[in-house]
Ligand binder design. Structure first.
Ligand SMILES: Cc1cn([C@H]2C[C@H](O)[C@@H](COP(=O)(O)OP(=O)(O)OP(=O)(O)O)O2)c(=O)[nH]c1=O
Length: 193
């Protein structure tokens, strides 16, 4: 047996590191990948999160081919719209207006590339019921700044937890890294801590 292969988390998200730590997985390092997250014309949310998760894993592997590389991507799908991270407070407000009083789906794609080049990926999702926001709640949430860096302009693990009436599916998919699927992928490709 050769030396143990390192694990690289191809992400800038501290939440993803925390989630991995929760199941005892500690990447040797993180390598954020700055890839274009714009959906292709007609692309479904599922295809988008898979493409981006695989793209992040592949880009990370280009820099470190001897490592296991983990990439993931989260979007919110409401009706036929796909919501990524808002660029500013104005866009965040528009996203909150779309979510207010409706159900939506959060999807996270996760991909692992092994040192031998095999890649495996999965999608996890959650259905989220969001309360109708009053003008005061909307303004207060925008002022909190917690919308920054979150798909759909909210973080269920913060103040917005108080807006969520119910969740069906994977909670960790909403926070950015579905732990069940991630564990299956790492184990399936032979990664060992
Ligand atoms: C809906 C929701 C999203 N999010 C976060 C998870 C993801 O980090 C983020 C979606 O953005 P992503 O583009 O998936 O990830 P990122 O930009 O944070 O990190 P990287 O691309 O480098 O891996 O939204 C929450 O933390 N809580 C929530 O309730």
């Amino acid at each position: 047996m050769g030396a143990r292969a390192p694990l690289v988390l191809a992400s800038a998200s501290p939440r993803r590191l925390e989630l991995l730590a929760q199941i005892g997985v500690r990447p040797d390092h993180t390598a954020p990948q700055d890839i274009d997250e714009t959906p292709l014309k007609g692309e479904t949310p599922k295809r988008l999160v898979l493409r981006l998760a695989e793209g992040k894993a592949r880009a990370g592997a280009a820099a470190q081919p001897d490592a296991y590389v983990l990439g993931s991507d989260t979007v919110v799908a409401v009706g036929r719209r796909i919501l990524g991270k808002p660029a500013d407070a104005e866009e965040a407000g528009r996203m909150l207006d779309l979510l207010s009083g409706r159900n939506h789906v959060v999807l996270t794609g996760v991909a692992v590339r092994a040192p031998d080049g095999r890649t495996a990926s999965r999608i996890a999702e959650a259905r989220v019921a969001f309360k109708r926001l009053s003008d005061e709640e909307r303004a207060g949430y925008l002022a909190s700044g917690q919308w920054e860096g979150a798909a759909g302009a909210y973080k269920v693990q913060g103040l917005a937890g108080g807006f969520v009436r119910g969740i069906t599916g994977s909670y960790t998919a909403i926070v950015g890294l579905p732990l069940y699927e991630t564990r299956l992928l790492l184990e399936g490709l032979g990664w060992r801590p």
